[in-house]
Design a protein around this ligand. Sequence first.
Ligand code: TYD
Ligand code: MG
Length: 452
Amino acid sequence: MQAKTKTVWFCSNCGNEYSKWMGKCPSCGQWNTMVEKETVTGKRPVAAAVPGGGSKPMPLADVSATGEERISLGSAEVDRLLGGGIVKGSLVLMGGEPGIGKSTLSLQLPLRRPELKTLYVTGEESVRQVKMRSDRLGGDASNCFIFSETDMNAILEQADAVKPDLMIVDSVQTMYCPGVESTAGSVSQIREVAATLLRYAKGSGVPIILVGHITKEGSIAGPKILEHIVDVVLQFEGENRGAYRVLRSIKNRFGSTSELAVFEMTGTGLREVENPSELLIPEHGEELSGTAIAAMLDGNRPFMFEVQALVASAAYGTAQRSATGFDVRRLNMLLAVLERRAGFKLGLKDVFLNMAGGIRVTDPACDLAVIVAVLSSNFDYPIPRDVCFAGEVGLSGEIRPVPQASRRAVEAARLGFKRIFVSAYTHLDKTVTGIEVVRVPDIPALVRTLFK
Ligand code: TYD
Ligand code: MG
């Protein structure tokens, strides 16, 4: 059968495929996200031969389950994110906006771990450019093989010849499979490139780190299309202005998700920040109004960071609400709760919210610190620097308990905090010493205790 091209439509938000254009994507509900693409039908594109392929079904009883073999990447934080090193034969997608540090990290790992024979494939830079970056990063480049190529068949051929312990492909958008008749970076190419790499990884046992660009809008080439193909998705986040970068695991077939690691971009590559709390609580000489410290949990690790709010009279009648690193709908809900349940007239005020260090917060336990920062700015009443907060706020203004409250309190005590505000209904599974645990049932009680 001859290959035919056919036009299909992809949602650039969720990556779903449709045979016709629609104003609203039926699966994710976003408007105006359809993008037209040509795909090849008929003859399936033939992927390069996979060594060790052609496997047959076998009785489940015969499958050995002695755990996956993992390789350390020489970075304690990256190893931890992956669940204890990269699993042999796994495909890891590292996504992030351009310029955030994906190429830096993916080159830095092999340079700091020369025991691993690494094949670093770049479709974005010349071999000389990679060399210049590696000089800047330092480390041992003797076992790192650079290959500047975009043709997947050539890449797999060289991979077979080099037999690396680790392979890095930078980036999925620049690679193409010759069997697929569309340009590099198109949806069909991205899918095919990822699927080919996955087959190669599974067949050869070589772990692969695949770099992928995403834009703020979640471009068509975003990880959404690839998320279900790859084993692990690590995502780089961070404000462009700041030097701090958060690497988050958002999918992991071999470990837990919602773990995160913090890095600082320096002149010689990315530095691991082992204790993010110390960095996310800026040092102020004096107490400022509009800030509150949240005791957050990421995956399994408690850490503290500063929430900043600014409340000002709305200049043009309609109030503005803006939030960096926090869901603005959640902010609106918290403000509505303050308005209805605690009588604060924030309706005609602009409210700006910012999470320190440009991190993005999803832990509901941060609600309490958000409310306190907003009230503190509104009353121009500074909160003492040795007080922190961990509580979720409900629609009727009640403060709800959060998981692992005792671990948060222990971390707060370790960092020198004197008081932690939690829900009155919190169950502490162990006694916490060195810090006063203040239990508050609802927002009015919080206000009475805090803003005396
Ligand atoms: P890069 O890894 O090229 O980003 P990506 O691959 O995600 O597009 O990082 C780019 C930025 O990092 C660039 O602005 C230069 C800066 N940088 C440093 O500050 N220090 C370094 O040691 C390196 C290698 C890059
Ligand atoms: Mg790059």
